[in-house]
Design a protein around this ligand. Structure first.
Ligand SMILES: Cc1cc2nc3c(=O)[nH]c(=O)nc-3n(C[C@H](O)[C@H](O)[C@H](O)COP(=O)(O)OP(=O)(O)OC[C@H]3O[C@@H](n4cnc5c(N)ncnc54)[C@H](O)[C@@H]3O)c2cc1C
Length: 405
């Protein structure tokens, strides 16, 4: 390579302490001990890492928001410099992040800033719906559902009571399914506590496409649909939302979906910051990278996680925004930064699909692993095990040696 190596200044900046960014920071920690020249700076607006995959449980009231916030000071070594600040832009020519705490120069930069909800420019959606991409979002969903049930209990008009006690979830992907399942299981008990009949709360899942969990196997979709139906979730497919109004979701076929709480889980796109960066944008505003996960024409900048637009050569499709993808990409970036420090050749990124697991309520789930589909309690245990393993890995990654592996 004809670009300066990371070693020549020693300053590696990781922007974003989510799945990809934290993984890289933890992976490179060992290097700090053996290389006194190297400086590793991690930048995030929060001083905690969010276990986003557990948000549906917070939104369903079965887990506290603080339980999915891991304080960064508990997992970062003292030699990692953490800067809690908002990243506002980039000075690409000067190789600096522009932040609320002032500019931060980099020799190598990892961009791992995640996603934000995509409202597909549907009128009223951003203003009238809650979203689910942070622990605070999830807390808001639970608070809104509880408040709506409170108001429903006080309502004397049965029609108004029915409307208030209905939570409408837009988007039948994994997030929408997990959220609908959690709420359907927990709301009846809350309703009883408010003096409402346990069957008064209703959860509706509204999906524009012909099926929930699009792109999954028909068996998985059948099993998930069966569990949702068992839980009383009303699934409406081929139901595209034209607008969100004060009355509810106005569908393109003219129907109105009424409710007391509306949550949008229908898609994600790259943060605005990425769109304004001048870096090459691909699918949904994600940043285009080469096989080593470096930005095209900017080999000093790596991108990983939801923000990276990476095409899977086996399918020809861009990899989905998943924690499992973010962690694998983080692994490749950590190895490549280490390779640069040691003048070794870079590794190309290859995705190893570990399968797909979705919880449907706090007790059941569905899973497609190695071509085998399971549904029910076992799949939920699998999801619990994945989440447990992730939390363990965050605690133990600091002792990593990429060459010994
Ligand atoms: C509800 C829900 C459930 C999910 N469940 C699963 C699942 O079960 N399995 C799975 O594989 N995937 C799941 N996902 C997807 C998964 O959470 C994401 O793919 C993953 O979080 C992406 O990791 P990341 O590192 O790219 O971004 P993130 O984990 O989102 O991290 C981005 C970080 O950047 C910081 N940041 C962003 N912008 C700025 C800024 N301007 N200034 C400072 N800091 C900034 C944020 O604070 C955050 O810490 C789920 C997603 C959602 C929303």
């Amino acid at each position: 390579m004809n670009t300066p190596t990371a070693r020549s200044s020693g300053q590696i900046v990781v922007a974003g302490a989510g799945y990809a960014g934290l993984h890289v920071a933890l992976r490179l920690t060992t290097k700090l001990r053996s290389d006194s020249q190297m400086e590793l700076i991690l930048v995030d607006r929060h001083d905690y890492h969010q276990v986003i995959t557990e948000l549906p449980r917070v939104a369903g009231g079965t887990r506290a928001a603080d339980a999915v916030r891991i304080p960064l000071q508990d997992v970062l070594a003292t030699r990692v410099r953490f800067v809690q600040t908002e990243i506002n832009g980039f000075d690409l020519a000067g190789r600096r992040l522009l932040t609320g705490a002032g500019p931060i120069g980099w020799k190598r930069l990892l961009l791992a800033l995640g996603s934000r909800p995509n409202d597909f420019a549907i009128p009223g959606l951003a203003q009238r719906t809650l979203s689910l991409y942070s622990a605070s979002d999830a807390e808001r969903v639970w608070a809104a559902a509880s408040k709506a049930l409170d108001e429903a209990a006080a309502a004397t008009d049965p029609e108004r009571q029915r409307r208030l006690a209905t939570v409408v979830v837009g988007g039948g992907g994994a997030t929408g399914v997990e959220l609908a399942g959690e709420l359907a299981e927990t709301l009846p008990e809350v309703a009883s506590g408010h003096g409402l009949a346990p069957d008064r709360p209703a959860v509706q899942l509204v999906e524009a496409g012909p099926t929930i969990l699009a792109d999954s196997s028909p068996q998985l979709i059948d099993k998930a649909t069966g569990i949702l139906s068992d839980l009383g979730v009303q699934v409406r497919t081929n139901a595209a939302i034209a607008a969100a109004t004060d009355e509810g979701f106005q569908l393109t076929d003219g129907q109105l979906v009424e409710g007391g709480v509306f949550v949008w889980a229908g898609g994600l796109k790259a943060p605005e910051l990425a769109a304004d960066s001048g870096l090459p944008a691909g699918h949904n505003g994600r940043i285009k990278v080469d096989q080593y996960l470096r930005v095209l024409d900017h080999p000093e900048i790596y991108v990983a996680g939801d923000l990276a637009s990476v095409t899977d050569p086996r399918t020809g499709h861009v990899l989905p925004p998943l924690a499992q993808v973010a962690l694998e990409e983080g692994e490749t970036v950590a190895r490549n930064l280490d390779a640069e420090l040691n003048d070794r050749p870079l590794e190309a990124f290859t995705f190893h699909d570990k399968g797909f697991v979705v919880s449907v309520g706090p007790r059941r789930g569905v899973a497609d692993i190695a071509g085998i589909t399971t549904g029910g309690h076992l799949a939920h245990l699998l999801k619990d095990a994945i989440e447990w393993e992730y939390r363990q890995s965050v605690k133990h990654l600091r002792g990593w040696d990429p060459v010994a592996r």
